[in-house]
Design a protein around this ligand. Structure first.
Ligand SMILES: *Cc1c(COP(=O)(O)O)cnc(C)c1O
Length: 431
Protein backbone atom coordinates (compact mmCIF):
# COMPACT_ATOMS: atom_id res chain seq x y z
CA UNK A 1 0.00 0.00 0.00
CA UNK A 2 2.85 2.32 0.87
CA UNK A 3 4.42 1.84 -2.55
CA UNK A 4 1.09 1.91 -4.36
CA UNK A 5 0.40 5.34 -2.85
CA UNK A 6 3.46 6.63 -4.73
CA UNK A 7 2.25 5.28 -8.06
CA UNK A 8 0.01 7.04 -10.55
CA UNK A 9 -3.46 5.57 -9.87
CA UNK A 10 -5.30 3.96 -12.76
CA UNK A 11 -9.01 4.68 -12.53
CA UNK A 12 -11.28 2.70 -14.81
CA UNK A 13 -14.37 4.61 -15.80
CA UNK A 14 -15.82 2.58 -18.66
CA UNK A 15 -15.45 -0.64 -20.59
CA UNK A 16 -16.26 -1.96 -24.03
CA UNK A 17 -15.76 -5.52 -25.21
CA UNK A 18 -12.25 -6.67 -24.30
CA UNK A 19 -11.18 -3.17 -23.27
CA UNK A 20 -11.14 -1.12 -20.09
CA UNK A 21 -11.11 2.66 -20.47
CA UNK A 22 -9.68 4.98 -17.83
CA UNK A 23 -10.71 8.48 -16.78
CA UNK A 24 -8.27 9.93 -19.34
CA UNK A 25 -9.87 7.93 -22.15
CA UNK A 26 -6.91 5.55 -22.47
CA UNK A 27 -7.80 1.97 -23.51
CA UNK A 28 -6.37 -1.22 -22.00
CA UNK A 29 -6.94 -4.85 -22.94
CA UNK A 30 -8.48 -6.62 -19.94
CA UNK A 31 -5.95 -9.45 -19.68
CA UNK A 32 -7.38 -10.71 -16.38
CA UNK A 33 -11.10 -10.55 -17.23
CA UNK A 34 -11.38 -8.12 -14.30
CA UNK A 35 -10.00 -10.84 -12.02
CA UNK A 36 -11.36 -13.86 -13.80
CA UNK A 37 -15.02 -12.88 -13.86
CA UNK A 38 -15.78 -11.37 -17.26
CA UNK A 39 -16.70 -13.79 -20.05
CA UNK A 40 -18.47 -12.03 -22.93
CA UNK A 41 -16.77 -8.63 -22.71
CA UNK A 42 -17.84 -5.38 -21.08
CA UNK A 43 -21.12 -3.67 -21.96
CA UNK A 44 -22.59 -6.73 -23.62
CA UNK A 45 -26.04 -5.65 -24.84
CA UNK A 46 -27.79 -8.87 -23.70
CA UNK A 47 -26.34 -8.64 -20.18
CA UNK A 48 -26.89 -4.87 -19.93
CA UNK A 49 -30.47 -5.38 -21.14
CA UNK A 50 -31.25 -8.14 -18.64
CA UNK A 51 -30.18 -5.97 -15.73
CA UNK A 52 -32.18 -2.97 -16.90
CA UNK A 53 -35.25 -5.12 -17.45
CA UNK A 54 -35.04 -6.61 -13.95
CA UNK A 55 -34.57 -3.15 -12.44
CA UNK A 56 -38.00 -2.24 -13.78
CA UNK A 57 -39.47 -5.03 -11.62
CA UNK A 58 -37.48 -5.15 -8.38
CA UNK A 59 -33.81 -4.84 -7.39
CA UNK A 60 -33.91 -7.09 -4.35
CA UNK A 61 -36.22 -8.96 -2.01
CA UNK A 62 -35.10 -11.47 0.60
CA UNK A 63 -34.69 -15.15 -0.18
CA UNK A 64 -35.23 -16.08 3.46
CA UNK A 65 -38.63 -17.74 3.37
CA UNK A 66 -39.50 -16.14 -0.01
CA UNK A 67 -38.37 -16.68 -3.56
CA UNK A 68 -38.20 -14.80 -6.86
CA UNK A 69 -38.63 -15.78 -10.53
CA UNK A 70 -35.05 -15.17 -11.80
CA UNK A 71 -33.58 -17.24 -8.93
CA UNK A 72 -35.99 -20.11 -9.61
CA UNK A 73 -35.36 -20.03 -13.34
CA UNK A 74 -31.60 -19.86 -12.86
CA UNK A 75 -31.67 -22.84 -10.49
CA UNK A 76 -33.34 -24.95 -13.19
CA UNK A 77 -30.87 -23.76 -15.82
CA UNK A 78 -27.83 -24.48 -13.65
CA UNK A 79 -29.06 -27.96 -12.77
CA UNK A 80 -29.58 -28.63 -16.47
CA UNK A 81 -25.96 -27.78 -17.38
CA UNK A 82 -24.17 -28.95 -14.20
CA UNK A 83 -22.56 -32.40 -13.93
CA UNK A 84 -25.31 -35.03 -13.77
CA UNK A 85 -26.51 -35.71 -10.24
CA UNK A 86 -26.17 -32.18 -8.93
CA UNK A 87 -29.80 -31.28 -8.45
CA UNK A 88 -29.99 -28.83 -5.53
CA UNK A 89 -28.90 -25.20 -5.35
CA UNK A 90 -27.97 -22.91 -2.48
CA UNK A 91 -27.39 -19.25 -3.34
CA UNK A 92 -24.91 -16.81 -1.85
CA UNK A 93 -22.94 -13.87 -3.17
CA UNK A 94 -19.24 -14.67 -3.63
CA UNK A 95 -16.88 -17.57 -4.15
CA UNK A 96 -15.58 -17.65 -0.59
CA UNK A 97 -19.05 -18.01 0.89
CA UNK A 98 -20.00 -20.65 -1.69
CA UNK A 99 -17.01 -22.62 -0.35
CA UNK A 100 -17.89 -21.96 3.30
CA UNK A 101 -21.40 -23.24 2.57
CA UNK A 102 -20.05 -26.43 0.99
CA UNK A 103 -17.86 -27.07 4.05
CA UNK A 104 -20.66 -26.44 6.53
CA UNK A 105 -23.10 -28.54 4.52
CA UNK A 106 -20.64 -31.44 4.41
CA UNK A 107 -20.17 -31.41 8.18
CA UNK A 108 -23.86 -31.08 8.95
CA UNK A 109 -24.77 -33.77 6.43
CA UNK A 110 -22.59 -36.39 8.10
CA UNK A 111 -23.91 -35.49 11.56
CA UNK A 112 -27.54 -35.68 10.59
CA UNK A 113 -27.63 -38.38 7.97
CA UNK A 114 -24.73 -40.73 8.70
CA UNK A 115 -23.48 -40.16 12.26
CA UNK A 116 -22.24 -43.77 12.38
CA UNK A 117 -19.68 -42.96 9.64
CA UNK A 118 -17.56 -41.22 12.26
CA UNK A 119 -16.97 -37.77 13.73
CA UNK A 120 -16.48 -36.40 10.24
CA UNK A 121 -15.62 -32.72 10.54
CA UNK A 122 -12.14 -32.45 9.04
CA UNK A 123 -11.19 -31.62 5.45
CA UNK A 124 -8.43 -32.77 3.17
CA UNK A 125 -7.03 -30.34 0.60
CA UNK A 126 -4.00 -29.85 -1.60
CA UNK A 127 -1.10 -27.66 -0.63
CA UNK A 128 -1.09 -24.36 -2.54
CA UNK A 129 -4.90 -24.51 -2.63
CA UNK A 130 -6.90 -21.29 -2.72
CA UNK A 131 -10.59 -21.30 -1.91
CA UNK A 132 -11.22 -17.70 -0.89
CA UNK A 133 -10.37 -15.18 1.80
CA UNK A 134 -12.88 -15.81 4.58
CA UNK A 135 -11.64 -17.81 7.55
CA UNK A 136 -13.16 -21.19 6.63
CA UNK A 137 -11.97 -20.86 3.05
CA UNK A 138 -8.52 -19.83 4.28
CA UNK A 139 -8.47 -22.87 6.60
CA UNK A 140 -8.71 -25.20 3.59
CA UNK A 141 -6.28 -23.02 1.63
CA UNK A 142 -2.54 -23.07 1.71
CA UNK A 143 -0.89 -20.06 0.12
CA UNK A 144 1.84 -19.15 2.57
CA UNK A 145 2.00 -15.44 1.79
CA UNK A 146 -1.76 -14.90 2.05
CA UNK A 147 -2.59 -17.32 4.82
CA UNK A 148 0.26 -17.92 7.28
CA UNK A 149 -0.38 -14.89 9.50
CA UNK A 150 -3.92 -16.09 10.23
CA UNK A 151 -2.86 -19.59 11.37
CA UNK A 152 -4.09 -19.10 14.96
CA UNK A 153 -7.62 -18.43 13.67
CA UNK A 154 -7.87 -21.42 11.37
CA UNK A 155 -9.35 -24.87 11.97
CA UNK A 156 -6.99 -27.76 11.41
CA UNK A 157 -7.07 -29.77 8.19
CA UNK A 158 -5.13 -32.50 6.42
CA UNK A 159 -2.96 -31.56 3.45
CA UNK A 160 -1.53 -33.41 0.48
CA UNK A 161 1.08 -32.50 -2.13
CA UNK A 162 -0.41 -31.10 -5.34
CA UNK A 163 0.55 -32.39 -8.80
CA UNK A 164 2.90 -29.45 -9.48
CA UNK A 165 4.71 -31.22 -12.32
CA UNK A 166 7.20 -28.40 -13.05
CA UNK A 167 8.41 -28.61 -9.45
CA UNK A 168 7.35 -32.15 -8.63
CA UNK A 169 7.54 -32.62 -4.84
CA UNK A 170 8.54 -36.24 -5.47
CA UNK A 171 11.14 -35.37 -8.14
CA UNK A 172 9.40 -37.55 -10.69
CA UNK A 173 8.33 -36.90 -14.28
CA UNK A 174 4.89 -37.29 -15.78
CA UNK A 175 3.73 -39.70 -17.20
CA UNK A 176 6.37 -42.22 -16.04
CA UNK A 177 5.52 -41.24 -12.45
CA UNK A 178 2.06 -42.79 -13.02
CA UNK A 179 0.73 -40.06 -10.75
CA UNK A 180 2.65 -41.26 -7.71
CA UNK A 181 1.39 -38.11 -5.93
CA UNK A 182 -2.01 -39.78 -5.60
CA UNK A 183 -0.63 -42.60 -3.42
CA UNK A 184 -0.11 -40.45 -0.30
CA UNK A 185 -3.63 -39.09 -0.81
CA UNK A 186 -4.98 -42.62 -0.75
CA UNK A 187 -2.98 -43.31 2.40
CA UNK A 188 -4.55 -40.30 4.13
CA UNK A 189 -8.06 -41.24 2.99
CA UNK A 190 -7.54 -44.83 4.09
CA UNK A 191 -6.25 -44.03 7.55
CA UNK A 192 -8.27 -40.89 8.36
CA UNK A 193 -11.59 -41.26 6.52
CA UNK A 194 -13.59 -41.53 9.73
CA UNK A 195 -12.61 -37.91 10.50
CA UNK A 196 -12.89 -36.61 6.97
CA UNK A 197 -16.07 -34.85 5.91
CA UNK A 198 -14.70 -33.92 2.51
CA UNK A 199 -11.85 -33.43 0.09
CA UNK A 200 -11.94 -29.95 -1.44
CA UNK A 201 -10.20 -29.36 -4.74
CA UNK A 202 -9.98 -26.86 -7.59
CA UNK A 203 -10.62 -29.25 -10.48
CA UNK A 204 -8.07 -29.32 -13.34
CA UNK A 205 -6.22 -26.13 -12.41
CA UNK A 206 -5.08 -24.67 -9.09
CA UNK A 207 -5.48 -21.12 -10.29
CA UNK A 208 -4.38 -18.74 -7.52
CA UNK A 209 -1.47 -21.08 -6.75
CA UNK A 210 0.01 -19.79 -10.01
CA UNK A 211 -1.90 -21.85 -12.58
CA UNK A 212 -0.95 -25.40 -11.66
CA UNK A 213 -2.74 -27.88 -13.91
CA UNK A 214 -3.55 -31.47 -13.00
CA UNK A 215 -2.59 -34.28 -15.39
CA UNK A 216 -5.37 -36.06 -17.28
CA UNK A 217 -7.02 -38.70 -15.12
CA UNK A 218 -6.04 -37.07 -11.83
CA UNK A 219 -9.48 -35.75 -10.91
CA UNK A 220 -11.10 -39.04 -11.84
CA UNK A 221 -8.72 -40.91 -9.51
CA UNK A 222 -9.56 -38.49 -6.70
CA UNK A 223 -13.29 -39.05 -7.35
CA UNK A 224 -12.84 -42.83 -7.18
CA UNK A 225 -10.88 -42.61 -3.94
CA UNK A 226 -13.39 -40.27 -2.30
CA UNK A 227 -16.21 -42.65 -3.21
CA UNK A 228 -14.25 -45.67 -1.96
CA UNK A 229 -13.48 -44.09 1.42
CA UNK A 230 -16.79 -42.25 1.86
CA UNK A 231 -15.40 -38.74 1.82
CA UNK A 232 -17.42 -36.05 0.02
CA UNK A 233 -15.73 -34.53 -3.02
CA UNK A 234 -16.10 -30.75 -3.04
CA UNK A 235 -15.24 -29.16 -6.38
CA UNK A 236 -14.40 -25.48 -6.20
CA UNK A 237 -15.21 -24.35 -9.75
CA UNK A 238 -15.19 -20.68 -8.81
CA UNK A 239 -12.27 -20.01 -11.19
CA UNK A 240 -12.64 -22.89 -13.65
CA UNK A 241 -16.42 -22.78 -14.16
CA UNK A 242 -18.30 -21.23 -17.07
CA UNK A 243 -16.11 -22.09 -19.99
CA UNK A 244 -12.66 -21.20 -18.67
CA UNK A 245 -11.24 -24.66 -19.32
CA UNK A 246 -12.91 -25.03 -22.71
CA UNK A 247 -15.91 -26.95 -21.32
CA UNK A 248 -18.71 -25.43 -19.28
CA UNK A 249 -17.25 -26.95 -16.10
CA UNK A 250 -13.81 -28.42 -15.46
CA UNK A 251 -15.33 -31.59 -13.94
CA UNK A 252 -16.80 -32.42 -17.37
CA UNK A 253 -13.36 -33.13 -18.82
CA UNK A 254 -13.06 -36.10 -16.48
CA UNK A 255 -16.72 -37.14 -16.39
CA UNK A 256 -16.77 -36.40 -12.67
CA UNK A 257 -19.75 -35.41 -10.53
CA UNK A 258 -18.66 -33.97 -7.21
CA UNK A 259 -20.90 -34.17 -4.13
CA UNK A 260 -20.76 -30.42 -3.68
CA UNK A 261 -19.71 -27.76 -6.16
CA UNK A 262 -19.04 -24.06 -5.67
CA UNK A 263 -19.42 -21.55 -8.51
CA UNK A 264 -19.19 -17.81 -8.65
CA UNK A 265 -16.76 -15.69 -10.72
CA UNK A 266 -18.14 -16.27 -14.24
CA UNK A 267 -21.69 -17.02 -13.09
CA UNK A 268 -23.01 -13.57 -13.99
CA UNK A 269 -20.57 -13.02 -16.86
CA UNK A 270 -18.66 -10.77 -14.48
CA UNK A 271 -21.53 -8.36 -13.90
CA UNK A 272 -22.80 -8.91 -10.36
CA UNK A 273 -21.65 -10.66 -7.18
CA UNK A 274 -23.52 -13.97 -7.08
CA UNK A 275 -22.56 -17.50 -6.11
CA UNK A 276 -24.08 -20.94 -5.81
CA UNK A 277 -23.27 -24.17 -4.04
CA UNK A 278 -24.73 -27.18 -5.82
CA UNK A 279 -25.29 -30.56 -4.27
CA UNK A 280 -27.00 -33.90 -4.70
CA UNK A 281 -30.43 -35.09 -3.61
CA UNK A 282 -28.73 -37.44 -1.14
CA UNK A 283 -27.12 -34.53 0.70
CA UNK A 284 -30.26 -32.41 0.44
CA UNK A 285 -32.29 -35.14 2.14
CA UNK A 286 -29.93 -35.02 5.12
CA UNK A 287 -31.44 -31.63 5.96
CA UNK A 288 -35.08 -32.66 5.97
CA UNK A 289 -36.99 -33.14 9.21
CA UNK A 290 -39.85 -31.76 11.26
CA UNK A 291 -39.67 -28.23 12.63
CA UNK A 292 -38.49 -29.30 16.08
CA UNK A 293 -35.74 -31.53 14.74
CA UNK A 294 -33.99 -28.33 13.55
CA UNK A 295 -32.18 -30.03 10.69
CA UNK A 296 -32.23 -26.69 8.88
CA UNK A 297 -29.06 -25.44 7.28
CA UNK A 298 -28.77 -22.23 9.28
CA UNK A 299 -26.93 -20.11 6.78
CA UNK A 300 -28.30 -17.08 4.96
CA UNK A 301 -27.02 -13.81 3.61
CA UNK A 302 -28.84 -10.51 3.16
CA UNK A 303 -28.40 -10.67 -0.60
CA UNK A 304 -28.98 -14.41 -1.10
CA UNK A 305 -30.72 -15.09 -4.42
CA UNK A 306 -30.48 -11.44 -5.50
CA UNK A 307 -32.84 -10.96 -8.48
CA UNK A 308 -30.50 -8.62 -10.38
CA UNK A 309 -27.63 -11.09 -10.09
CA UNK A 310 -29.84 -14.04 -11.05
CA UNK A 311 -31.33 -12.29 -14.08
CA UNK A 312 -27.94 -11.32 -15.44
CA UNK A 313 -26.70 -14.89 -14.77
CA UNK A 314 -29.60 -16.16 -16.91
CA UNK A 315 -28.59 -13.72 -19.64
CA UNK A 316 -25.01 -15.00 -19.34
CA UNK A 317 -26.18 -18.56 -20.10
CA UNK A 318 -28.32 -17.25 -22.93
CA UNK A 319 -25.24 -15.62 -24.51
CA UNK A 320 -23.34 -18.92 -24.23
CA UNK A 321 -26.08 -20.55 -26.32
CA UNK A 322 -26.74 -17.72 -28.79
CA UNK A 323 -23.11 -16.92 -29.52
CA UNK A 324 -21.94 -20.54 -29.34
CA UNK A 325 -19.26 -19.27 -26.96
CA UNK A 326 -17.79 -22.70 -26.20
CA UNK A 327 -17.47 -23.97 -29.75
CA UNK A 328 -15.97 -20.67 -30.89
CA UNK A 329 -13.54 -20.81 -27.98
CA UNK A 330 -11.82 -24.06 -28.98
CA UNK A 331 -9.86 -22.60 -31.91
CA UNK A 332 -8.82 -19.63 -29.75
CA UNK A 333 -7.52 -22.01 -27.06
CA UNK A 334 -5.33 -23.69 -29.69
CA UNK A 335 -4.10 -20.33 -30.97
CA UNK A 336 -3.26 -19.19 -27.46
CA UNK A 337 -1.11 -22.33 -27.02
CA UNK A 338 0.55 -21.77 -30.38
CA UNK A 339 1.30 -18.12 -29.68
CA UNK A 340 2.52 -18.72 -26.13
CA UNK A 341 4.86 -21.49 -27.24
CA UNK A 342 7.72 -19.22 -28.50
CA UNK A 343 7.81 -17.45 -25.12
CA UNK A 344 9.53 -20.58 -23.79
CA UNK A 345 12.67 -19.38 -25.60
CA UNK A 346 12.95 -16.29 -23.37
CA UNK A 347 15.81 -16.91 -20.89
CA UNK A 348 13.78 -16.18 -17.73
CA UNK A 349 10.63 -18.06 -18.71
CA UNK A 350 10.72 -21.38 -16.84
CA UNK A 351 7.33 -22.90 -17.56
CA UNK A 352 4.21 -22.15 -19.58
CA UNK A 353 1.02 -23.75 -18.31
CA UNK A 354 -2.35 -23.57 -19.96
CA UNK A 355 -5.75 -25.09 -19.43
CA UNK A 356 -8.33 -23.78 -21.86
CA UNK A 357 -8.47 -20.02 -21.71
CA UNK A 358 -6.41 -19.72 -18.54
CA UNK A 359 -2.63 -19.63 -18.64
CA UNK A 360 0.34 -19.02 -16.35
CA UNK A 361 3.90 -18.15 -17.36
CA UNK A 362 6.35 -18.86 -14.55
CA UNK A 363 9.41 -16.61 -14.52
CA UNK A 364 12.59 -18.08 -13.04
CA UNK A 365 15.94 -16.62 -12.07
CA UNK A 366 17.79 -19.63 -13.43
CA UNK A 367 16.14 -21.66 -16.14
CA UNK A 368 18.39 -24.68 -15.70
CA UNK A 369 18.05 -25.05 -11.92
CA UNK A 370 14.50 -23.57 -11.89
CA UNK A 371 15.64 -21.28 -9.09
CA UNK A 372 12.77 -18.86 -8.47
CA UNK A 373 13.13 -15.11 -8.19
CA UNK A 374 12.84 -13.94 -4.61
CA UNK A 375 9.44 -12.24 -4.17
CA UNK A 376 11.32 -9.03 -3.34
CA UNK A 377 12.52 -8.93 -6.98
CA UNK A 378 8.88 -8.16 -7.92
CA UNK A 379 9.44 -10.06 -11.17
CA UNK A 380 5.77 -10.41 -12.10
CA UNK A 381 4.93 -6.91 -10.97
CA UNK A 382 7.66 -5.39 -13.13
CA UNK A 383 6.41 -7.15 -16.23
CA UNK A 384 2.83 -6.09 -15.48
CA UNK A 385 3.89 -2.45 -15.03
CA UNK A 386 5.52 -2.43 -18.46
CA UNK A 387 2.51 -4.19 -20.02
CA UNK A 388 0.26 -1.48 -18.61
CA UNK A 389 2.19 1.25 -20.43
CA UNK A 390 1.62 -0.76 -23.61
CA UNK A 391 -2.13 -1.03 -23.03
CA UNK A 392 -2.55 -4.41 -21.32
CA UNK A 393 -3.79 -5.01 -17.77
CA UNK A 394 -2.23 -8.02 -16.06
CA UNK A 395 -2.29 -9.15 -12.46
CA UNK A 396 0.57 -11.53 -11.75
CA UNK A 397 0.74 -13.97 -8.85
CA UNK A 398 4.28 -13.67 -7.52
CA UNK A 399 6.55 -14.90 -10.32
CA UNK A 400 3.69 -16.20 -12.42
CA UNK A 401 2.17 -14.04 -15.12
CA UNK A 402 -1.49 -14.89 -15.48
CA UNK A 403 -3.39 -14.63 -18.74
CA UNK A 404 -7.13 -14.91 -18.39
CA UNK A 405 -8.80 -12.76 -21.04
CA UNK A 406 -12.59 -12.70 -21.57
CA UNK A 407 -13.80 -15.71 -23.59
CA UNK A 408 -15.08 -13.25 -26.21
CA UNK A 409 -11.60 -11.83 -26.89
CA UNK A 410 -11.06 -11.83 -30.65
CA UNK A 411 -8.14 -13.61 -32.27
CA UNK A 412 -6.55 -10.28 -33.19
CA UNK A 413 -6.89 -9.03 -29.61
CA UNK A 414 -5.51 -12.30 -28.27
CA UNK A 415 -2.45 -12.00 -30.51
CA UNK A 416 -1.95 -8.43 -29.31
CA UNK A 417 -2.14 -9.59 -25.66
CA UNK A 418 0.51 -12.26 -26.22
CA UNK A 419 2.73 -9.83 -28.15
CA UNK A 420 2.58 -7.19 -25.42
CA UNK A 421 3.25 -9.88 -22.82
CA UNK A 422 6.31 -11.12 -24.73
CA UNK A 423 7.81 -7.67 -25.23
CA UNK A 424 7.11 -6.79 -21.59
CA UNK A 425 8.92 -9.88 -20.29
CA UNK A 426 11.86 -9.15 -22.59
CA UNK A 427 12.10 -5.48 -21.66
CA UNK A 428 11.71 -6.13 -17.93
CA UNK A 429 15.01 -8.06 -18.15
CA UNK A 430 14.90 -8.97 -14.50
CA UNK A 431 18.08 -10.38 -13.03
C1 LIG B 1 -11.63 -16.38 -6.57
C2 LIG B 1 -11.75 -17.73 -5.98
C3 LIG B 1 -12.47 -17.95 -4.80
C4 LIG B 1 -13.05 -16.83 -4.00
O1 LIG B 1 -14.06 -16.16 -4.66
P1 LIG B 1 -14.45 -14.66 -4.17
O2 LIG B 1 -15.66 -14.34 -4.96
O3 LIG B 1 -13.28 -13.80 -4.51
O4 LIG B 1 -14.71 -14.73 -2.71
C5 LIG B 1 -12.62 -19.25 -4.37
N1 LIG B 1 -12.08 -20.27 -5.04
C6 LIG B 1 -11.38 -20.11 -6.17
C7 LIG B 1 -10.86 -21.31 -6.88
C8 LIG B 1 -11.17 -18.83 -6.68
O5 LIG B 1 -10.43 -18.65 -7.77
Amino acid sequence: MQEWEQEEPLIIERGKGSYLIDTEGKKYLDGTSSIWVNLHGHRHPVLDGALKKQLDKIAHSTFLGLSNPPAIELAYELIRIAPKGLSRIFYSDNGSTAVEIALKMAVQYWRQRRPEAGPKHTFLHLKLAYHGDTIGAVSVGNIELFHSRFKPLLFSTLEAEPPYCYRCPFHLTYPTCRMACVDPIEQILKSRHRELAGFIIEPLMQAAAGMIPQPAGYLQRIRELCTKYEVLLIADEVATGFGRTGRMFACEHEGVTPDLMAMSKGLTGGYMPLAVTLTTDEIYRGFLGTYDEFKTFFHGHSFTGNPLGCSVALANLQVFRREKTLSRLSSKIKLLAKWLNPLAEIPNVGDIRQCGFMAGIELVKDKRTKEPYPLSAKAGHRVASIARTKGLILRPIGNVLVLMPPLSTSKAELLKIVEILKVSIETAAIN
